[in-house]
Design a binder for this molecule. Structure first.
Ligand SMILES: Nc1ncnc2c1ncn2[C@@H]1O[C@H](COP(=O)(O)OP(=O)(O)OP(=O)(O)O)[C@@H](O)[C@H]1O
Ligand SMILES: [Mg+2]
Length: 238
């Protein structure tokens, strides 16, 4: 009988954990058994989806909100720590701008929020801006289409190191295209140490810069990171 069940499990493309789940189920009625089995299969599928989403998100390192020290962040009135961690901004398709000096925990927080969103069943994609532009400039149009599709399917786009390297005009145009597609359709978290007024310095085109800033800040919250670099504070070289 077990072999036959396994054959149907494969044929119906049900999770192979079915074979471990079903003998463990305690139920008094057929309905109860079926319900518990379907629930367990659904949970298994969701868990696999979350793992896949985490692998595909593109994080360079995975970070968590646990033990994150918020003491050096200036929160705006409408976005305190609790509201931030609730991830309501993603539902509302609002943006976050994490602004502050090097090593103050901007990337850590952005990634940790992205990881939390994934654990809640949402999709996050992470790019350092210059990596994104490089990928969009690939000669392989299928690769470029894959990047657009990945962003299109995400609930949250993290653009890390915004303005750290200068872009050429085509790069700036590509960035505008991405920001414009995401506008009011998904959330962006952007990490930067460049103030708005100086964005023209790496985007070059004045009109394009104004158009990007306008779209990004319309529904956005800015968190200011103050203080010294964590890297310096915790450096092994003293
Ligand atoms: N508030 C914090 N709580 C715990 N760890 C932190 C905090 N801030 C930074 N760190 C740790 O310090 C290191 C540097 O932080 P991170 O990379 O997030 O800085 P950053 O602001 O993105 O810097 P940069 O502008 O240079 O990219 C990381 O290992 C990070 O995990
Ligand atoms: Mg960083």
């Amino acid at each position: 009988m077990r072999t036959e069940i396994e054959r149907y499990q494969k044929k119906l493309k049900l999770s192979n954990t079915l074979m471990e789940i079903y003998p463990e189920i305690n139920a008094n009625t057929y309905e109860e058994f079926l319900l518990k089995l379907l629930k367990a299969l659904d949970e298994d599928r969701e868990e696999k989806r979350r793992i896949r989403n985490l692998t595909n998100a593109g994080f360079l390192t995975v970070k968590s909100l646990k033990d994150y020290d918020y003491s050096r962040i200036n929160f705006p009135e409408k976005m305190q720590q609790e509201t931030l961690e609730s991830l309501a901004f993603i539902e509302k398709k609002e943006n976050l701008i994490l602004y502050g000096a090097v090593g103050t925990g901007k990337t850590h927080l952005a990634v940790a929020l992205g990881v939390k969103a994934i654990s809640q069943g949402k999709k996050t994609v992470f790019f350092r801006v210059h990596d994104l532009i490089n990928q969009l400039e690939d000669n392989d149009s299928k690769q470029v289409a894959r990047v657009h599709k990945k962003i299109g399917q995400a609930d949250l786009l993290i653009l890390d190191e915004w303005g750290y390297l200068p872009l050429h005009q085509e790069g700036a145009r590509m960035l505008f295209d991405i920001v414009s597609t995401c506008y009011e359709t998904k959330s962006i978290i952007l990490t930067t140490n460049i103030e708005f007024g100086k964005w023209k310095g790496f985007l070059f085109d004045e009109k394009l810069t104004a158009a990007i800033v306008d779209r990004l800040i319309h529904h956005s919250h800015m968190l200011m990171f103050t203080g010294k670099s964590y890297r310096m504070t915790n450096s092994l070289i003293k």
